[in-house]
Each structure stands twice: as structure tokens, then as C-alpha cells.
Design a protein around this ligand. Sequence first.
Ligand SMILES: [Fe+2]
Ligand SMILES: [Fe+2]
Length: 266
Amino acid sequence: MHTYHACQDVSVLADYLEVPGLGFLPVNAFVIHAAQPVVVDTGLGLPGRDFLSALAEVIDPADVAWIWLTHPDRDHTGGLFTLLEAAPQARVVTTFTGAGILSAERPLPIDRIYLLNPGQSLDAGDRRLTGFRPPLFDSPATVGILDTSTGVCLSSDCFGAPLPTAELATAHDAAAASPGELRAAQLLWATVDSPWVQTVDPAKFAASFLPLRDFGPSAILSTHLPPVTGDGAAMFATLLDAPTTDPFTGPDQAALEAMLREFQPA
Ligand SMILES: [Fe+2]
Ligand SMILES: [Fe+2]
């Protein structure tokens, strides 16, 4: 993991996951340096990922006031419980459904939970962080963030893309990838992560972008893409094609065995 400053008031804790056949998926967590500091997602739980040490490079973990879990998938909850111990005042922002999903593995104490639905806002002292439902998502608990003070949008899994190299996956700007490469990878991710998109009415899907388009984000920060600064219009245009993109089908057992044979010594 490494850390860097992405845009106004936001630090990135950047990591990645190599997915065979797909590429290198960025896995970002963020710190919004509000008057009441907010950690957004907590990274992978794999061995060797010391989320707390990475976090300490950008903020004293004890000062964290809020842990906004965009959804409780495993690539977002890796450092959750160690951070809850290190930040005794912090409360986890999630939904009723998100808390329920977490409770199937390790319940959160009720006094550490703050329930927030899309459309509702969190007062972080010097700014209002408004929850919104990103156009693409893979969990019923997903709530992204619109920072009404800086215009920054944190979009959770939406806009993600597996990229060809680890260097690109941890780049400080999505523009490090070529526009064509980025478009293909974002559409691939859309079909992998949100396969339901191919069953929806394209017009209704297009309408789901309107709140984000009206907000006019100054930056889009996805958990699974390097930061997008400036105009996000190209990103919207790409994802609007997701309903008509070919569905993703993963390798089956025969393909897996063929791959394994390639790795065996002659
Ligand atoms: Fe997810
Ligand atoms: Fe994710």
C-alpha cells in the first residue's frame, strides 16, 4: 500500500489485487480530512496489508471520527476492526442492510453504528457529506458520498476498472491509462461487478446518472480506479453503454485445468 494526496482534502490509501485473466484491480481507501475526519472503506484483509500503518501516514488513527463503509464487501472491510480499536470515538456509517451483512460475520456494537440511507447527509463538522446510490453497485448496502463542500464524489465500486499493470492500478490519475484502454476496462468491470446492468431498461439506467451529473463532481474517486480529476463526462458516456455490452462469463473448470497445465513443468 502507498498513500498520496488526490485532491482537495482527500488522501488515498492505494492498493491493488491481481485478478487472473482480468488484470490488476485498484483497491483504494480514502481519508476525507474534514473537521471530523472520515475514513472511507478499509482496504483488503489479505496478510501483509497493514491498513493501520498506511492510515497513520496521513492521519493519527485515534483522530478518526467516522468510518464510512460504502458497502461491506471483503475488499472494503480489511482494516475495519483494527481501526475500530485504534479509533475509540469512531462510528461506522452504513445502512441497516450493511450492518446486517456485517453481523453475519462479526457484529458491530450498536453504539459504533450510524445508519445513513442514500439522500441523507452526515455532518462532518465543516461540511455535509451526502449519501447517494451510484449507478452501478454490487451490494444492496452501497452508499457513495458527495462532498458538498469540495464537489468530490466517492463512488464506491462504480467506475472501476482492472488495468494491465500494477503501476497503472496504483497511478495517481486515471489519465495514466489511455482513453481506449480505460473505456474497455470500465465496461468489463461493469459486466463483472454489476451483471444485472444487462437486464435493465437503458433509459431508466441513463436516468440513474442524473443526480451525479447535476452534482457536477470536481473529482471522481472510485475504490477500483485511480482518481479522475476534472470532467467526468467521458466516464458517464462509457458506463451508459454497459447495458448493451457483452456479458462476462468467467473461466469454467475445463479452462482452469487448461491454465494449470500450462504452469506444470514439462
Ligand atoms: Fe463490491
Ligand atoms: Fe469493491
